[in-house]
Ligand binder design. Structure first.
Ligand code: ZN
Length: 293
């Protein structure tokens, strides 16, 4: 069968509002601009997040954070040109090493309970491509690790007619990818490029503490999306309580990033279609004229 371009659908699954804008956002904007139907699924409302923008860290904002983050998410979706669905679970927060997770939180749910709304969404939206985090979560937050586990489970279970029969008609997505955002190689390349151009880099300390071991997952797929970095940044800034303008990820010069690292990178974890590595397109093997399944 051949899939027409307008029938290409990309689902990206995240833990909290803002994660879609900090991991793979330029990719989403690029595909949305090509009229791929892009859906962001967000497991939790981010209600236990901190206010990371000092300008907005005041009691009124903290007390109303759930509603504010909902609005920020809507603004970011509009900027990226994507649809978005909250899956209805509660943020686990980021407890200290000896602190227990809150009882009602997403990360403590049985995988099957957490997977059902995502399975229903996969069966309704019918994506060919699903993107989520690797098994480390990409970031040591219990909701991110849980997001990986539940999404892998849902990718399989959505296709199985015997599982979750009340959650819609079975759908087999063709490819599953993991984000490789903010790798050590990215920080090293940016740090060296900034230093060589006489620009102050605050990344040296972080790199010095980061063991230079080979990455666990190979980069199989690089999406050129420097043209969409400005859209990515606008989406990030729409999460105003979570982003301090000019600091952290917002600090490095965009022209240098566009020059030395103009891609967002992925690991192809599963594929039910033929594809040749390395890829430059998440839909490689699924484009019109290419055999599918
Ligand atoms: Zn998150």
């Amino acid at each position: 069968m051949f899939i027409q371009p307008s029938a290409l659908r990309l689902l990206t699954v995240h833990a909290h509002p803002d994660d879609e804008s900090s991991k793979g956002a330029a990719t989403l904007a690029r595909y949305a601009a090509q009229e791929v139907d892009v859906m962001v699924a967000t497991f939790t409302g981010g209600e236990r997040g901190s206010v990371l923008n000092p300008a907005l860290d005041r009691p009124g904002v903290r007390a109303d954070l759930a509603r504010i983050r909902w609005q920020e998410m809507a603004a970011a979706s509009e900027i990226l040109g994507v649809r978005q669905r909250f899956l209805g679970f509660t943020d686990s927060g980021l407890p200290g090493p000896d602190e227990p997770l809150p009882e009602d939180c997403f990360a403590l749910l049985p995988t099957a309970v957490a997977a059902e709304p995502l399975i229903a969404l996969i069966r309704e939206f019918r994506p060919q491509v699903v993107v989520t985090y690797d098994e480390t979560g990409g970031y040591p937050h219990p909701d991110h690790v849980m997001t990986h586990r539940v999404t892998v489970e849902a990718f399989e279970a959505a296709a199985d007619p015997d599982r979750f029969p009340a959650a819609g008609e079975p759908w087999q997505a063709a490819k599953l990818y993991y984000h490789l955002a903010l790798s050590r190689a990215w920080f090293r390349t940016m740090h060296e490029a900034m230093t060589a151009r006489g620009v102050d880099s605050s990344m040296g300390e972080l790199l010095a503490d980061w063991p230079d071991t080979p990455p666990a997952l190979a980069t199989t797929t690089r999406i050129r999306c420097a043209e969409q970095f400005a859209v990515r940044d606008a989406a990030l800034l729409a999460h105003a309580t979570q982003i301090q303008p000019g600091a952290g990820f917002m600090a490095h010069p965009r022209d240098i990033e566009c020059e030395v690292w103009p891609t967002e990178d992925y690991h192809l974890a599963r594929s039910l279609v033929e594809t040749t590595l390395p890829e430059s397109d998440l839909f490689a093997g699924l484009r019109p004229g290419e055999e599918h399944g």
